[in-house]
Design a protein around this ligand. Structure first.
Ligand SMILES: [Cu+2]
Length: 213
């Protein structure tokens, strides 16, 4: 009878901890500025952690002669579609080592997909519109996200345990900064902050210089 109760409590304990912990990350620059578009990767350290399902599909839209979003975080193996919502054609390319490609001139009627099978940073451009610029961050981690305009990012549905956080930003001076280990507890949300050393001039997409495409 005693053994029965022990088994029950073990099972219930394991069950109730699944997806119970949440993690809030605030990213700022070394000079205290809010860091929007910082990509945070979450890698489990504690053995046996059950992770949320990895997203295997994502979208990088071309609209109003801009990429949307400016920064797209994905996990390795994700397939990205590149819909063109403009009434004129784009020719999107990447010279970045993890995935070199070119999507030949295409309009609204073409569905382009690329699967990113190696980790790394992909800079996107368009051969027709020089102002277009975006980044796809392909993470080895199964859980990845990016900060909002307030420099904040929340992960839900994580199991309690230890994780390593890595942060990347398109304007970081020296690649990735030092990782941070955090212990998530199901009793209360974990709130942590990370710092990135950013260039003073931020890269962003400017609207096209003229309207003659
Ligand atoms: Cu274009």
């Amino acid at each position: 009878m005693i053994r029965f109760f022990i088994i029950c409590s073990l099972v219930f304990g394991a069950f109730s901890s699944v997806g119970a912990a949440s993690l809030q990350v605030k990213v700022q620059s070394t000079d205290g500025q809010v860091a929007e578009n910082a990509v945070v990767s979450v890698t489990p350290i504690t053995p046996g952690l059950v992770l949320p399902d990895v997203e295997t599909a994502a979208t990088m839209t071309q609209q109003d002669t801009l990429f949307r979003p400016f920064v797209l975080p994905i996990s390795v193996g994700t397939t990205v579609t590149f819909p063109n919502l403009d009434e004129f054609r784009h020719q999107v390319y990447s010279f970045s080592k993890p995935k070199r490609f070119e999507l030949r001139l295409y309009g609204q009627d073409t569905t382009n997909t690329i699967t990113f099978d190696k980790p790394g940073i992909i800079a996107l451009g368009c051969n027709i519109h020089d102002n277009m610029l975006a980044f796809i961050y392909v993470s080895e981690a199964p859980v990845v996200g990016k900060t909002d305009a307030d420099g904040m990012l929340t992960f839900e549905g994580l199991q309690a345990g230890e994780y390593q956080l890595n942060v990347w930003h398109p304007d970081a001076k020296r690649g990735e900064t030092a990782p941070l280990n955090v212990m998530l507890d199901e009793a209360a949300p974990t709130i942590t902050s990370m710092t990135v050393d950013l260039r003073s001039v931020r890269r962003e997409q400017q609207p096209p210089a003229d309207e003659s495409y």
